[in-house]
Design a protein. Structure first.
Length: 409
């Protein structure tokens, strides 16, 4: 029986149609600039880029003269009409989010063998604070295995235009550019570890390295409490809220100002969100170290389940989520479902309002929250209980762990 192809001529056709219909609007709306990169006659390539916003893929697709096959979370491909559209017209390569997916390399290799160009965001998820996320092990071995040219792409400005925590779009410049291309003759003599370090060095990019301009708009700070969820003033957890261009606290007189350069000023000290988030996580750890026995959170949410062999996840149902030292609980109707921390294999954020939880047994959980809830904060709570109370980690170790993970190669 003939194996189904991943690539198709109609992907290139729809890419051209999309560029013609929507390209000018995206370029104007996001003040986007880029020089077209030709790969059609010289590919296939592996494209590696830093991940700054959910719609990075749109601009990357407009950057090249041939379609890219993106490695994407399988959760984006099992949710109905939108997933049908993605699979039919662009056919992303599915990857189980935040867990090892041994069949991923085989799918990537199939696309390459068919002449397709593959794009991966090694960080896996769009940055929360504007800084680089950790790149898990495996990229060096993947490059060696594929043995094709690798292009490194730098994305700038899109984070400050649409931070992952933000309610509203900010208007300012954005751009993409090629950093370099490495060829098999350049890396065949390298070890997997050296190649992996090369990837990390090229993609160690922050939103604040080379500012492109200012990012204007209404209510600049609204949603910022989803990133800075520990009060810089009174240290209270999940007490911050945002209003206009200010970050405030329900428990104290905190009044920090977020500006058009993406900087936060607190007590006459101005700094970027990368450093503010580092202090945020440090306060979080210190507070949890003294209060984890009595810590409790409860939020309304919607809950969906999905098994790997299913084509579609279940419909979202109203639920209540509770987190405490005993684990994570969900109320569905009149019954409670309990997941102790030692039974949670992995967890991740999806888009802006969803939390993924992979239990060691049973279906994966997709949890959707109101937009005001900090999924980033909830993710760190789960990670804290898993890695600190179960493994006895200190802050020095905990703070080096990324809140978002990706490849399991």
């Amino acid at each position: 029986m003939q194996t189904k192809r991943y690539t198709s001529w109609h992907h290139g056709f729809f890419l051209k149609l999309f560029r013609f219909l929507f390209g000018p609007w995206f370029r104007l709306y996001y003040h986007f600039s880029a020089k077209r990169i030709s790969i059609k006659k010289t590919g296939p390539y592996l494209i590696l880029a830093n991940h700054t916003a959910e719609f990075d893929i749109i601009f990357l697709d407009m950057l090249f003269d041939a379609p890219l096959y993106f490695v994407a979370s399988d959760q984006l491909l099992n949710s109905g009409k939108g997933s049908w559209f993605l699979k039919t017209f662009f056919n992303p390569i599915p990857k189980s989010k935040s867990v090892a997916d041994l069949s991923l390399v085989k799918r990537i290799k199939s696309v390459i063998n068919e002449g397709g160009n593959v794009c991966i965001f090694p960080e896996g998820n769009a940055t929360m604070n504007g800084g680089p996320s950790s790149i898990p092990e495996g990229m060096g071995r993947l490059i060696q295995f594929l043995n094709i040219p690798v292009k490194f792409i730098k994305i700038e400005g899109l984070y400050l235009s649409a931070p992952r925590w933000a309610y509203h779009r900010k208007f300012g410049p954005s751009k993409m550019s090629e950093i370099t291309t490495i060829y098999p003759k350049d890396f065949n003599h390298m070890s997997a570890e050296k190649l992996e370090q090369l990837v990390k060095d090229y993609l160690h990019i922050t939103a604040y390295q080379q500012p492109l301009g200012v990012y204007q708009g209404p209510n600049l700070a609204e949603g910022l409490h989803k990133l800075i969820f520990t009060c810089p003033g009174c240290q209270t957890l999940f007490s911050t809220y945002s209003q206009g261009n200010r970050l405030k606290c329900r428990q104290c007189e905190l009044d920090a100002i977020y500006d058009e350069k993406g900087l936060l000023t607190l007590k006459q000290t101005t700094d970027n969100l990368i450093n503010h988030d580092h202090l945020n996580l440090q306060r979080f750890h210190q507070k949890m170290s003294t209060s984890y026995q009595n810590f409790k959170l409860e939020y309304p949410c919607e809950l969906s389940f999905w098994q790997n062999y299913q084509k579609r996840r279940s419909q979202f149902k109203p639920s209540i989520m509770k987190i405490s030292k005993v684990g994570v609980k969900f109320k569905l109707g009149t019954r409670w479902i309990h997941y102790p921390f030692n039974q949670i294999f992995s967890e991740a954020i999806q888009v802006r309002t969803k939390l993924l939880i992979y239990p060691k047994k049973g279906p994966m959980l997709l949890v959707r929250f109101p937009r005001s809830i900090s999924t980033y904060g909830l993710l760190n709570v789960i990670k804290w209980y898993k890695h600190f109370t179960l493994k006895g980690e200190t802050y020095a170790v905990f703070s080096k762990r990324s809140a978002i993970t990706f490849l399991g190669l």
